[in-house]
Design a protein around this ligand. Structure first.
Ligand code: GDP
Length: 303
């Protein structure tokens, strides 16, 4: 119940847009005219459900109206059902090796919330009675190293960092060694923000991953791509490129609290075939929730 309320609070803007907008539209015009459908389309796209999902919902609404004479009021149920279908099976938790260290690489473009997510994850892992180490592999920005160290102090989690401008692959290598010698359950590697269009930086990320694999076979065992929900559909482009070049295994969608475009979760799950592992709903350390489709749907479609 507590978790549902937190989800609802985080999704407040999207829910307000989607729920109240659909309600307004169907109350004004329960008979479902061409203009009602157009308005519905605008509302669904406005919440960033994506073109494919939106068209699918509209087609189902139209079909129900034409074949069963159902009113526009049923649009909610239809939208909910279609969203449910597309999110089915998209839940899965953070990977854990059956024994030894699990190394997680955290990747994405600048400012999406990678460092904050690394800290939130460390805290979440601690909350489950397990241990984590953080690695500051964003060596391009001195501030990023400091930011992670501050989180480490706050959470009492060791942070392995190199010097400013050090080779990030070398830091990742040392961090694995440190995590292994301490017998940690997880190593969370915070990488530098990079544009998915910059080939040299994408190659650098591949090198970090190669070096990790050499030090610990199979590492990184999980590569989480952090996407900023407020950027909506642009995230899809980033995700495709990162997936092609750096073997993304799951998504963390941050800043859901700051957007009415939370429907992008649905577009991502549908089009990328990648699990959404967590969603970020604020700046505080416990503002990270494991993604649960049922709660997400309840939060979106209930008043
Ligand atoms: P990085 O450059 O990808 O490492 O991004 P940071 O972790 O430094 O985060 C960039 C900004 O986004 C910071 O001000 C964070 O506090 C903020 N942030 C991160 N996650 C969330 C979230 O889920 N919700 C909100 N509202 N802000 C977030």
């Amino acid at each position: 119940m507590e978790l549902l309320r937190t989800f609802q609070a985080g999704l407040h803007k999207t829910q307000a847009k989607l729920f109240h907008e659909i309600k307004r539209i169907v109350t004004l015009s329960p008979k479902l005219t061409a203009s009602t459908l157009e308005e519905l389309e605008t509302a669904l796209l406005g919440a960033d459900l994506g073109m494919t999902m939106t068209q699918q919902i509209l087609a189902e609404v139209k079909k129900a109206y034409e074949t069963q004479g159902r009113s526009g009021n049923d649009s909610f149920e239809i939208a909910r059902r279609e969203v449910e279908k597309s999110l089915a099976g998209s839940q899965s938790s953070l990977h854990r090796q059956s024994s030894g260290l699990t190394a997680v690489s955290i990747v994405g473009v600048n400012g999406t919330g990678k460092t904050t997510t690394a800290a939130k994850l460390a805290s979440w892992i601690q909350g489950r009675g397990q241990t984590a180490l953080l690695a500051a592999c964003d060596t391009f920005r001195a501030a990023a190293i400091e930011q992670l160290k501050l989180w480490g102090q706050k959470l009492n989690v060791p942070v392995i960092a190199g010097a400013y401008h050090a080779d990030p692959a070398a830091v990742a290598h040392d961090a694995i060694a440190a995590a292994q010698s301490r017998g940690a359950d997880y190593l969370l590697v915070d990488t530098a923000g990079r544009l998915h269009t910059k080939n040299n930086l994408m190659q650098e990320l591949q090198k970090v991953h190669r070096v990790m694999d050499k030090k610990l076979s199979g590492a990184p065992h999980e590569t989480l791509l952090v996407l900023d929900a407020t950027t909506g559909q642009t995230g899809l482009q980033q995700a495709r490129k990162f997936t092609e070049t750096s073997g993304v295994t799951g998504i963390v969608l941050t800043k859901l609290d700051g957007t009415a475009k939370g429907g992008v979760v649905i577009a991502i799950a549908r089009e990328l075939n990648l699990p959404i592992r967590y969603v970020g709903i604020g700046e505080k350390v416990d503002d990270l929730l494991p993604f649960e489709p049922e709660r997400f749907i309840e939060s979106l479609f209930e008043p």
